[in-house]
Design a protein around this ligand. Structure first.
Ligand SMILES: [Fe+2]
Length: 187
């Protein structure tokens, strides 16, 4: 890891290493979200996003190789914070409505990653590393697709009713509060 950053190339490599730490953190976050999500469709989405995350980490490692540099291990405190915040929110939320908290955490993580890759792609172009910019551009497009998918589910759930009670579970006769379940109620 760098002690001091002296050049734009140093900054780029430091931020690229931080993005790798970010993706390793996000893989753990996604596993946690998959474990605690109630709706099967969310578990599937997070499992698929974890597979994409591993590919993104590989793209970053390949970017270091293309630059002829060894993989940097810069820290990523933001994703450590997102992980801690998500765990705390999940712990204090009832299972029936925890999907809303989980989707909020996933959306926040997606937006942070979009910002990280926007900067990296811009700076990869600036240093004339078109091949690296293309690889990181793939990651950016995947983050934007993930953000859109998470937002679509969050929007649908917020209107159809956040509470979830699997029909096969005893006690499934519980229904969501009318104010939440009725999409017209909030208008
Ligand atoms: Fe990612």
């Amino acid at each position: 890891m760098f002690e001091q950053l002296h050049t734009p190339e140093d900054i780029f490599s430091f931020k690229l290493g931080s993005a790798l730490s970010m993706e390793h953190d996000v893989e753990k976050i996604l596993a946690d979200l998959e474990e605690h999500a109630q709706r099967p469709e969310l578990k599937t989405m997070f499992r698929e996003q974890a597979a994409v995350t591993r590919q993104q980490a590989a793209n970053i490692e390949q970017s270091f190789a293309l630059l002829g540099e060894k993989v940097d291990d810069s820290p990523s405190p933001v994703t450590k914070g997102l992980a801690a915040e998500g765990k705390a929110a999940i712990r204090k939320t009832d299972d029936a409505i925890v999907d809303a908290v989980i989707l909020a955490g996933a959306l926040e993580a997606a937006h942070y990653q979009i910002a990280v890759y926007e900067v990296l792609v811009t700076n990869a172009h600036a240093r004339g590393a078109a091949d690296v910019a293309a690889l990181l551009g793939q990651n950016l497009a995947q983050e934007e697709a993930a953000k859109d998918a998470i937002k679509a589910v969050a929007t649908r759930i917020s209107t159809e009713g956040i509470a979830y009670h699997p029909t096969s579970t005893p006690g499934a006769a519980h229904t969501a509060p009318a104010a939440v379940a009725d999409p017209t109620a909030a208008r």
